[in-house]
Write a new protein. Structure first.
Length: 252
């Protein structure tokens, strides 16, 4: 059932890239709002993910609030892909990546834990930032700047320079460094919550996604925060081992 929630999130995240106009994307988002209502009425539409969500809802409690929250955030992203401040980015991450983790937590853990929720909120923000940084070259090619305006302006990074010159844009490496540091700080904060006893086995599968986050941040540091470096567009062949090790130690 874990893959169902991830597939749902990916389906919504891909809408912006698969439509020619935002209004068409909004129609897709409305489809999913209607689908959630139909699922609650045991009448899911004939869509593989909708059917899977309906089946999952029969086996475990799926919060319609969390699912709708993801849809609403992705809907707003159709028109405003750039975040002016870190605060607005944090709110977006809370409504997307973090909310997916909350859903997974409800599947794997029978008891509510504020520690898990708090830690996964930080992991969600780190995941969002890392995903944006990894896709920075692509977004720049689409004339989209994913670095919050407050960070870009602080380092003199001009959007048009980013679109024209890519990795050579003045101030880019410094802006990427600060953005990546924010992500790393969130990872550290989440780790601190489990420093005494490790993460419980029952919920450890959720936290394994943070291993990919730390892997990318370490690789980014090795290339001096050049987000356009070709090595960052390849897979980390050590990642499977690192995931296994993290699972064994119960710490990401």
């Amino acid at each position: 059932m874990i893959t169902i929630h991830i597939s749902f999130n990916v389906e919504l995240a891909m809408v912006r890239e698969s439509v020619s106009k935002p209004v068409i994307g909004q129609m897709r988002m409305q489809f999913w709002r209607d689908a959630l209502k139909s699922i609650q009425q045991d009448k899911p539409p004939q869509h593989p993910i909708a059917i899977a969500l309906h089946q999952a809802s029969k086996k475990a409690h799926l919060s319609p609030y969390h699912l709708k929250r993801i849809i609403d955030a992705r809907d707003q992203d159709l028109y405003a892909p750039t975040h002016p401040t870190l605060s607005s980015l944090n709110a977006y991450a809370e409504s997307t990546s973090s909310t997916v983790y909350y859903l997974l937590l409800s599947l794997l853990s029978q008891n509510y834990s504020s520690t898990h929720s708090h830690a996964l909120s930080h992991i969600g923000t780190a995941t969002t930032i890392t995903t944006l940084l990894r896709a920075l070259p692509f977004h720049a090619s689409q004339r989209r700047s994913i670095i919050p305006t407050e960070i870009a302006s602080k380092h003199g990074l001009i959007e048009e320079d980013l679109f024209r010159y890519g990795g050579s844009a003045q101030g880019l490496d410094e802006a990427v460094y600060e953005f990546a540091t924010v992500a790393n700080d969130h990872v550290i904060t989440a780790r601190e919550m489990y420093k005494d006893g490790g993460i419980p086995r029952t919920v450890m599968p959720i936290y394994l996604s943070a291993v990919a986050v730390t892997s990318y941040l370490e690789r980014l540091e090795k290339v001096n925060f050049d987000a356009f470096h070709p090595s960052l567009q390849t897979r980390d062949w050590r990642l499977p081992f690192r995931i296994w090790r993290a699972n064994s130690k119960r710490m990401f």
